[in-house]
Design a protein. Structure first.
Length: 317
């Protein structure tokens, strides 16, 4: 981290489910009538006449971690629906994508079910996911969806351990079957930073990542990855089903002086880093052979001070 201030990103590691709702927007979301469901086409692109441009060889992008932690997709049982298909949440989502479009963002990493507090059993899941995909299509920004966060250890550890197969087959497979091959999806991330799930045995977590990645590859042609805290934890959980190494840079290792050949023979994407030293970081990871870099952005890590530097960044010919 950049300072000794406890940020919301750090607080999630410390407090887990103690943070019941984390809003990244000043907009109030009330009890609104849900937008009617959008058509689902078994994972195929519903906007085939509106294709995405090819991704550049080097990807630069941002994280849109969450608006409401754990219920951007689906409805929390104790609260009114405020997921992406809610009219105010959809407007806010479009505002975020419009901002990223104006910055020249290629790829946006976004958290879906987080600690699974909203679940996959309510009527809003498909509507909210479709709203996210529709917005991605409209602004031509691909997404890297992260299915669950390490804080699932606090709410449903059995999904990683004793009830893993039922969770994957009954909950995750139908969801991936519906949305897995949508053109908006660049790749699927199984879990964010499994290293921090310290109450789960490493063997169980490795099996969860392997089994979930295998399931995704059975249902889609998209690459699969997990969000590794650093290069060491990438090797702790990497497996044959992961196509992409997605590693985070929060000062516990330094990709700026590390060639990819010393880490993995898979393409390597820096999935998180602080929004500082934009040009230096982009130049360095590009020179070292990385696939791209996604900067973190929330109210603790504001992007506005560096947005012009990001927007104006050009890869040297």
């Amino acid at each position: 981290m950049e300072s000794n201030v406890i940020t919301r990103r750090q607080a999630l590691k410390i407090m887990g489910t103690g943070l019941s709702a984390i809003a990244l927007s000043p907009f109030f979301v009330g009890c609104e009538t849900p937008i009617p469901p959008q058509p689902i086409n078994n994972g195929e692109d519903n906007n085939n006449n509106n294709s995405f441009p090819a991704l550049p060889g080097f990807i630069k992008g941002l994280n849109l971690p969450w608006t409401y932690y754990g219920h951007d997709i689906g409805k929390h049982p104790d609260w009114s629906h405020d997921g992406f298909s809610n009219q105010y949440s959809k407007a806010r989502l479009e505002q975020e994508f419009d901002y990223m479009k104006n910055l020249g963002v290629d790829l946006c990493r976004v958290f879906l079910f987080c600690d699974y507090r909203a679940g996959l059993d309510n009527q809003y899941v498909n509507e909210d996911m479709q709203a996210l995909l529709d917005t991605s299509h409209h602004y031509k920004i691909r997404i890297l969806p992260s299915l669950v966060d390490f804080n699932i250890q606090n709410t449903h550890p059995e999904f990683i351990t004793t009830n893993r197969n039922n969770f994957l087959e009954d909950k995750i497979r139908p969801f991936i079957r519906n949305f897995g091959n949508n053109e908006a999806v660049y790749a699927w991330e199984v879990i964010n930073e499994p290293r921090w799930a310290t109450s789960i045995r490493k063997a169980d977590m490795k099996s969860f990542i392997s089994d979930c990645a295998s399931l995704i590859k059975q249902e889609t042609s998209k690459p699969v990855c997990f969000g590794a805290h650093d290069s060491g934890s990438f090797h702790d959980y990497d497996n044959a089903y992961c196509d992409l190494a997605q590693i985070h840079y929060w000062h516990s290792w330094n990709p700026l002086v590390t060639p990819t050949s010393s880490i993995s023979n898979k393409p390597i994407l820096i999935g998180e880093t602080a929004p500082t030293n934009i040009t230096f970081k982009l130049d360095s990871v590009l020179a070292n052979g990385f696939k791209g870099l996604l900067f973190w952005r929330d109210e603790d890590y504001r992007f506005e001070p560096v947005e012009n530097e990001f927007r104006n960044y050009q890869i040297a010919a």
